[in-house]
Design a protein around this ligand. Structure first.
Ligand code: ADP
Length: 750
């Protein structure tokens, strides 16, 4: 059993102190307890035996006194009074004087009387200082004496009238009467000789017994429970009668129910008693007792106990002090070691330990010192290594962070729960979200809405991760903050530690818009290449018929002018203009097919647009289409007049086609920064959003066999050749707006 667990935490010093104290105190306490017990028993025994002794001494003193009184009365009776009583007279004067003198010197006897057979007192003599007359008890004495045998004597407690000297005049006082019967030679009863002794005098020796106790009560009780003597109220018979002693005890003593001399206890007294026979008479014995209050008996015990407590306390304090000093001595090296260990733990240099106990503790201190030195050395080496490694790591980390931050690719790191933890600048640039907007968020915010595509993509990604452990360069789309979808390639790699625990996932997104555009360009170039070959052939085939048509129109014009047919001449001129345009178109086609060598010049775009309007206005008016031209007439561009005219014409014709029931077409030429723009706006069908790019593809047409799908493709080719751009916008509430943007031409004069 571990005793330490039974108590709350205690310091080793306290434990040692307690152990030392226990080791010293337990035997000490045991010895003290036994000694105290024995001493108390001895003290009590001593008290009891001293009480026994005292009572025994008192008894023998009392018996001696009684014997002496009996002897004195018998002597007086035999020497003087028996003869006088036989004669029925008082003794002669000489004898009477001798009796008086005897009584003067008798130690206890104070009176002697002769009483005749009829109870009359014939003679009475008293000691000189105890004179007093008492004739009242003659009959009683004679009555008692009559029943006695001739040699028998009766000693009995009586009450006699006291004298001043003893108890004050006339007061009854306790006394012992010695009755000697007197008979003649024939045995006839003649009377009695009676001697009286005051109990107070008779038993005065009881006081002289040196009491071993401060407070005692010594008493003499007859069988009628009357006191003949009481040590505290010995001279006052009245008070003796009223002694407030425990009546039960007195009854007990009077009845003689006790073991003589053996002390017994009442509630508060220790009592020892013995029976005293009244001389040689056969009368009822008296009971002599001595009572000591238990407090008196216990006083030495209390004193002893007080001494034991005081001494024990002093001893305890001394032992505890010594135990603490010893514990301190023993534990001080341990505390030193502990302090040094604690400093070592905190990384401080421990102080030099000076333990010179010349035992294992000293060895331990020396071992500890060596260990501390070794530990400090190792720690320094470790710290140096950690510092070096940390520096290297910081450098690597900085490099990686730099790579990560400045990577053109969007790099996104996810924690094991799939939440965004890293969001580099590439990701900010690509998706438009700032790092603090998406940190801790779900990367699904980059997905399309929950469409079938996404589900397919997810299952593909899962399969790839299971089979190959990563998804490499997966082409898909992601949503940007503005809501537009951008084409991206995704590389997804789970990051695991050596135990295979998932640490996170890295996602690398690469913007593939440019690649897609290039691919589209490439496809268009391929198609344009094919078309160029076709166009070249077509233009070649058209050139001759067109030349013939032109030639014929000229001939017909000459002839009709001669015939004066101006209306027909006008129609022919329109035909000629269109034929000329077709010729130009074929030439454009040829230019489109070959790398053209156009005549470039600075020209106002407004003039080009105006020429187109003039050319086509009338034709379109028939289709209920009205054309307006506005804007800056001076804004110039550097380009080929015919080519730009083709662009403008195509856009106007398309606008007219988009309004089958007619409507307005607005042309506007204006400066926008460093560019000059031509916008062609109609109120037609408009271009659906998903076709805004496709309308510029070669051969894309919605006009069935009426369309070639080459117009806008040619326009874009021409515009891009001029370093410009062309696009289509919605024009609210309906219709479309085609915008051609060309670099503004600025000569040296501005
Ligand atoms: P084509 O006119 O022969 O069809 P284009 O390349 O000129 O070929 O035009 C391609 C397609 O672009 C047209 O078929 C038409 O659907 C669409 N388009 C061009 N201009 C407009 C416009 N102003 N409004 C509506 N749709 C247009």
């Amino acid at each position: 059993m571990n005793l330490n667990k039974l108590f709350p935490r205690l310091s080793i010093r306290a434990k040692l102190g307690i152990a030392f104290a226990l080791v010293a105190l337990v035997p000490l306490a045991a010895v003290a307890a036994i000694t105290t017990r024995v001493t108390i028993a001895r003290l009590r025994d001593a008290a009891r035996s001293s009480l026994e002794r005292e009572v025994s001494t008192a008894r023998s003193d009392a018996e001696q006194s009684l014997g002496r009184v009996e002897q004195d009365v018998v002597f007086l009776a035999d020497a003087f009074l028996r003869a006088a009583l036989g004669a029925g007279t008082p003794p002669p004067l000489g004898q009477a004087i001798a009796i008086h003198e005897f009584l003067d010197h008798a130690p206890f006897l104070f009176r002697v009387k002769t009483i005749a057979e009829d109870g009359t007192q014939l003679f009475a003599a008293s000691g000189s200082d105890t004179a007093g007359e008492d004739q009242s008890s003659g009959d009683y004495y004679v009555w008692r004496a009559r029943s006695l045998a001739p040699t028998e004597r009766l000693l009995m407690p009586v009450e006699v009238r006291g004298t001043d000297a003893v108890s004050g005049q006339g007061r009854p006082v306790p006394a012992v009467a010695v009755i000697v019967p007197v008979r003649d030679s024939a045995g006839r009863f003649l009377g009695a000789v009676v001697g009286e002794a005051y109990a107070a005098t008779l038993f005065a020796s009881l006081e002289q017994v040196a009491p071993s106790f401060g407070v005692t009560t010594t008493g003499l009780v007859d069988d009628q429970q009357r006191f003949l003597y009481h040590s505290r109220q010995k001279r006052n018979w009245e008070s003796l009668l009223g002694i407030g002693m425990d009546s039960a005890l007195v009854g007990h003593l009077g009845s003689g129910r006790f073991l003589e001399g053996v002390p017994f206890r009442t509630d508060d007294l220790l009592v020892s008693a013995e029976r005293i026979r009244l001389g040689s008479s056969g009368g009822t014995p008296l009971t002599l007792f001595r009572a000591v209050p238990l407090t008196e008996i216990n006083a030495p015990v209390r004193e002893f106990l007080a001494w034991v407590v005081a001494t024990g306390g002093a001893l305890l304090a001394a032992v505890l002090g010594i135990a603490l000093v010893a514990a301190r001595q023993l534990t001080s090296p341990i505390y030193q070691l502990r302090d040094a260990a604690s400093r070592l733990t905190r990384g401080q240099q421990p102080p030099t330990i000076t333990i010179a106990t010349n035992d294992e503790l000293e060895d331990l201190a020396s071992d500890f010192g060596q260990m501390a030195t070794a530990l400090i050395g190792q720690r320094r080496a470790l710290e140096q290594t950690v510092t070096d490694r940390t520096r290297e790591l910081q450098q690597t980390h900085a490099e990686l962070a730099d790579v990560l931050a400045h990577s053109a690719d969007a790099i996104v790191g996810l924690d094991p729960a799939g939440r965004i933890r890293v969001w580099n600048r590439g990701a900010e640039a690509l998706f438009g979200y700032r790092s603090d907007e998406v940190g801790g968020g779900d990367p699904d915010l980059l997905l399309r809405d929950s469409t079938r595509d996404d589900r397919t993509e997810r299952s593909f990604v899962r399969r790839e991760l299971t089979q190959k452990g990563a998804v490499i360069d997966f082409k898909t789309e992601r949503r940007t903050k503005s809501g537009t979808m951008i084409p991206v390639s995704v590389t997804q790699t789970p990051l695991r530690d050596d135990d295979g625990r998932l640490l996170g996932t890295s996602l690398i997104f690469r913007d593939t818009s440019l690649q897609t555009t290039l691919e589209q360009h490439m496809r268009r170039s391929e198609r344009l290449g094919a078309m160029s070959v076709m166009a070249a052939g077509l233009a070649h085939e058209l050139n001759n018929p067109l030349a013939i048509i032109g030639n014929r129109i000229e001939c017909m014009e000459v002839e009709l002018r001669e015939l004066d047919q101006p209306a027909l001449v006008r129609d022919l001129s329109v035909l000629r203009d269109h034929a000329t345009r077709i010729t130009r178109l074929t030439q454009d086609l040829l230019r489109f097919a070959r790398e053209p060598s156009e005549q470039l010049e600075a020209l106002p775009l407004h003039r080009v647009a105006n020429r187109v309007v003039q050319l086509i206005e009338r034709t379109l008016a028939g289709r209920n289409v009205r054309i307006t031209l506005g804007g800056d007439p001076a804004a110039r561009v550097f380009g080929a007049d015919h080519a730009l005219e083709t662009v403008c014409l195509n856009l106007v014709l398309n606008a007219a086609d988009a309004m089958p029931a007619g409507g307005p077409i607005a042309l506007e030429v204006e400066r926008r920064g460093d560019d000059v723009t031509l916008t062609v706006t109609d109120r037609g069908t408009g271009v659906p959003p998903d076709l805004k790019e496709r309308v510029f593809e070669s051969f894309f047409t919605t006009k069935g066999h009426k369309g070639t799908g080459l117009g806008l493709s040619l326009c874009r080719s021409i515009v891009e050749r001029h370093g410009g751009r062309i696009w289509v916008e919605d024009d609210h509430p309906c219709g479309s707006r085609f915008v051609v943007s060309l670099p503004h031409y600025q000569d040296a004069n501005g």
